[in-house]
Design a protein around this ligand. Structure first.
Ligand code: ZN
Length: 341
């Protein structure tokens, strides 16, 4: 009960990539990079184990960015050209590659990374892949000419990849869809359909992560415009409750998401964000336990998995490590508290 997990990414060691930023460049020469990434995965796994995290990830140590690390190995995308576009409804600019031909997955994308992680932890392993809508929002397109068509094409690529990762013994495949919180109408029109296409036929647990973004200034400014109550989830949760996905990863720590909205996710596991990745202030175990107990008013405790709000890649490593320890300690406190009551 109350098993802990993380949204996905962890900060990379300084010797691997420039710390404190998204899209940080690699610091190792090409001939050393893969071994360095493998070593970083070992560190990420052991740090999660030491902190007491039950369902671990590879910390996304082998990807420069959660979207582009996936799409850079798909054929039909030109990475030599980068176009600056406003992503997440123009919230911030990103230099993105261009889809120039039909998408093809000629070879596995993250298989070797998943295999390496699987071989080095006995804990349950979650692997994250960007979701179709979020990829479409983080890329330029000169071939398909239609976001929905492009999303379906990516869904097929993701599905082939996810089936292979599940075959490697990954226990949970999570699709990251922060764009769901931005394009609320499109989620119902085609976002959920593409999500289901991407997880079709998987023999493992499936999850979707929907957050309010990393703790970067553009996201903080956006959050300030969302008012006293953040009700985006109210549009999405009923659709997800009817969908095939097993688990939903949500942002609740330090957010203005009303917890009663969790009641809209009937039948689903909730990965409850109890750790705010947008602040360096480390939560207390009591705060984490308090949030877990409050969430239990709106859903069965058996379906609750304490988690981080979002990826931790741009954070300081020491702070991220402390936050994982507190996540674990808070879940323990809530567990023992639940037994007492
Ligand atoms: Zn996130």
């Amino acid at each position: 009960m109350l098993e802990t997990t993380i949204a996905g990414s962890l900060p990379k060691p300084e010797w691997l990539a420039e710390p404190g930023k998204l899209w940080a460049g690699w610091r190792l020469p090409p001939e050393l990079l893969i071994q360095g990434q493998r070593d970083a995965v070992l560190v990420a796994l052991k740090e999660q184990e030491a902190a007491g995290i039950d369902i671990v990830t590879d910390g996304e140590q082998s990807r420069q960015h959660f979207v582009h690390g996936f799409v850079e190995r798909i054929q039909g995308i030109d990475f030599t050209r980068r176009i600056s576009v406003g992503i997440r409804a123009n919230r911030y600019k990103a230099d993105v590659p261009v889809v120039t031909a039909e998408l093809r997955r000629d070879r596995p994308i993250h298989r070797d990374e998943a295999r390496w992680a699987r071989a080095h932890t006995r804990r349950r392993l979650k692997f994250t892949i960007p979701g179709p809508m979020t990829i479409v929002d983080t890329i330029a397109d000169e071939h398909y000419g239609d976001r929905q068509k492009l999303a379906h094409a990516f869904a097929q690529v993701i599905n082939a990849e996810a089936l292979e990762l599940a075959g490697e013994g990954v226990d949970v495949i999570q699709l990251d869809e922060p764009a769901f919180n931005v394009y609320l109408d499109e989620v119902g029109d085609w976002g959920i359909a593409c999500l289901e296409e991407a997880i079709d036929g998987l023999g493992c647990k499936t999850a979707v992560h929907i957050c309010y973004g990393y703790g970067i200034p553009a996201n903080r400014a956006w959050k300030d415009t969302l008012g006293e109550e953040w009700r985006q989830y109210e549009h999405i949760f009923p659709l997800l409750a009817r969908s095939a996905v097993d688990q939903v990863s949500v942002e609740c720590a330090g957010s203005r998401v009303p917890l009663p909205l969790l009641g809209l996710l009937k039948g689903k596991d909730v990965l409850l964000g109890c750790i705010d990745v947008a602040t360096d202030r480390v939560e207390t175990p009591e705060e984490v336990a308090g949030l877990i107990v409050a969430a239990q008013q709106h859903m069965p405790v058996e379906r609750l998995y304490p988690c981080t709000n979002c990826g931790m890649v741009p954070m300081d490593r020491g702070i991220a490590r402390k936050k994982l320890e507190v996540l674990s300690a808070g879940a323990h406190l809530a567990r023992t508290g639940a037994q007492r009551s």
